[in-house]
Design a binder for this molecule. Structure first.
Ligand code: 5AD
Length: 356
């Protein structure tokens, strides 16, 4: 299945009949079982700052969103949350933020070193388009992984929804290659159902996952945020057009399954955005369609509600304990086991050993 061509991917994306969908789900579930096993790895998601200098048209944290109350966690708050993640048995803490230049490179390096000294956690960073010098410093301090979604491989669409900063040419795809060369376990991903996203471009996104040989891939539905340009456009655009990818759960699950088929040894989370559009089955559907990771939120509750990338994130109003218990139950119901240890992706481990 790793040989799936863009045309085959496109055909699968267009299929709607129950028989085809069942077949796709079974193929993805089998590939997941054979390549990454039954374990579901848990990553504590820690949203360390909601400040952002960018103006992405889809995101609630965008700089022009002046009404949003901004926060930045202190070193001690980060350490406390990382310790909570470890106590809960998670193997990794994921430090995510808007693109926030006030987070000083050396300060974060110090925080990384403290987490490494005091816990056995793997550290994932997801801080936007960082400079190579910063990435090198954090790697030396002990960071293991970096997540940077390319959002869409369609250049025109990307430029439309992701304005470059003055004196900068934003090229996340190039930065992903750099991350891998530096030695990061590297992740990326997309949103499904961005207004203006066609089936052809979505098929190209999935093919690009395979070409980039990513270690981690996160994807979820585009969820319109009413206070963003794209959230407002979503109300007007012709979402019924034949070319427009819908932002439905079914479409996201198809993309998830195809991603598992083209990147069988990659770590793929069942994301909060997916759980948000259908809270009834929460993270479970994703686990059945190829996912092997869940990222429970460990951000202190009073900050969590301010990290509003899109409205009504399911974790927005739940306590840590609620989320934790709900996720453990979901893993049990799915007949899966809870991952132990860091949960590096087999794709990454093979690359490190020089085995392809
Ligand atoms: N809907 C869904 N996902 C979003 N993201 C940002 N804004 C939205 C939205 N409105 C995703 C992007 C980003 C990740 C952190 O959150 O893919 O990379």
């Amino acid at each position: 299945m790793a040989g799936l061509e863009t045309g085959d991917i496109l055909n699968w994306l267009r299929r709607e009949d129950e028989g085809s969908l069942k077949q796709l789900q079974c193929l993805a579930d089998k590939a997941r079982r054979e390549n990454v096993g039954e374990a579901v790895h848990l990553r504590g998601l820690l949203e360390i700052s909601n400040h952002c200098i960018r103006s992405c048209h889809y995101c609630g944290l965008r700089a022009p969103h002046k009404q949003l109350q901004r926060y930045r966690l202190s070193e001690d708050e980060i350490l406390e949350s990382a310790t909570l993640a470890m106590r809960r048995g998670y193997g990794t803490v994921v430090m995510q933020s808007g693109q926030d230049p006030v987070i000083e490179t050396d300060w974060l390096a110090q925080v990384i070193r403290r987490i490494k000294r005091q816990t056995s956690l793997a550290i994932t960073l997801s801080l936007g388009e960082s400079s190579v010098a910063d990435l090198e410093t954090w790697l030396r301090a002990g960071a293991d992984r970096y997540l940077l979604r390319f959002e869409t491989s369609n250049r025109q669409l990307y430029n439309r929804i992701h304005p470059s900063l003055p004196n900068e040419h934003s090229d996340r795809i190039a930065l992903l290659t750099t991350l891998k060369e530096l030695g990061y376990e590297t992740g990326s991903g997309i949103m499904v159902g961005i207004p203006g996203q066609t089936f052809e471009s979505l098929a190209a996104d999935i093919a690009l996952f395979a070409k980039l040989e990513l270690d981690m891939i996160g994807l979820g539905p585009f969820v319109p945020h009413p206070l963003t340009p794209l959230g407002q456009a979503a109300a007007q655009i012709d979402l019924a057009s034949d070319d427009q990818v819908p932002n439905t759960e079914k479409m996201v699950l198809k993309v998830l399954a195809l991603t598992r088929l083209v990147c069988p040894r990659t770590n793929i989370p069942s994301t909060t955005a997916l759980a948000t559009i259908d809270p009834t089955d929460s993270y479970e559907a994703g686990l059945c369609w190829g996912a092997n990771v869940i990222m429970p939120n460990v951000t202190p509750a009073h900050y969590r509600q301010l990290y509003e990338i899109y409205p009504a994130k399911i974790c927005g109003r739940q306590t840590d304990t609620d989320i934790h218990e709900q996720i453990l139950a979901c893993i049990r119901v799915s007949g899966r086991t809870i991952g132990v240890g860091r949960g590096d992706s087999p794709a990454y481990l093979a690359r490190r050993k020089g085995v392809v």
